[in-house]
Design a protein around this ligand. Structure first.
Ligand code: ZN
Length: 160
């Protein structure tokens, strides 16, 4: 049964504390694009539009308008729509206080309440909200607080 596999995968993910040593970190998030190139990591940075240092709450991936955005893990769509500076977004709830957000989208392909599988196409990448060009802003939140998703991804992304 698929639901059992989903529960086990989430249990493994949740079992990894934020301060876990790198060798203990279980990579359980899939990259949200077929070809994942990191444009800007999580952390403090000079904001391209605001021209001052702000904490970047997610990871920016290079994307072209219309690229398929994939669910990083199985979950349920809890928001699909406009979200201020983030433009069009999709937010997935993975249970255990964990959510992922996909921002600056051209359009969502899923509606609130839909259950999605990992790797399922949930949106098309775009350039909506406060954005200086097409890209995907990806956020992982634990209990509503953004955390760096990098240690959770399976495999390596290229950086460019
Ligand atoms: Zn971003």
């Amino acid at each position: 049964m698929k639901p059992m596999i989903v529960v086990l995968a989430l249990a493994m993910w949740v079992a990894v504390p934020a301060q876990a040593a790198p060798e203990q970190a279980q990579a359980t998030l899939a990259y949200p694009l077929e070809s994942a190139t990191v444009k800007a990591p999580f952390g403090p940075r000079q904001h391209p539009t605001l021209k001052r240092e702000v904490l970047h709450h997610g990871v920016d991936f290079s994307a072209a308008e219309g690229d398929q955005v994939l669910a990083s893990s199985a979950g349920k769509v809890i928001y699909a729509g406009w979200y201020g500076d983030y433009g069009h977004v999709v937010i997935l709830d993975h249970g255990h206080g964990l959510t992922t957000m996909y921002a600056h989208l051209q359009t969502a392909l899923v509606a609130v309440g839909t259950t999605v599988e990992a790797h399922q196409a949930i949106a098309l990448a775009g350039n909506t909200g406060m954005s200086t060009g097409p890209h995907l802003h990806f956020e992982l939140r634990r209990d509503g607080k953004p955390i760096d998703p990098a240690p959770f991804f399976a495999g390596r992304a290229s950086h460019g």
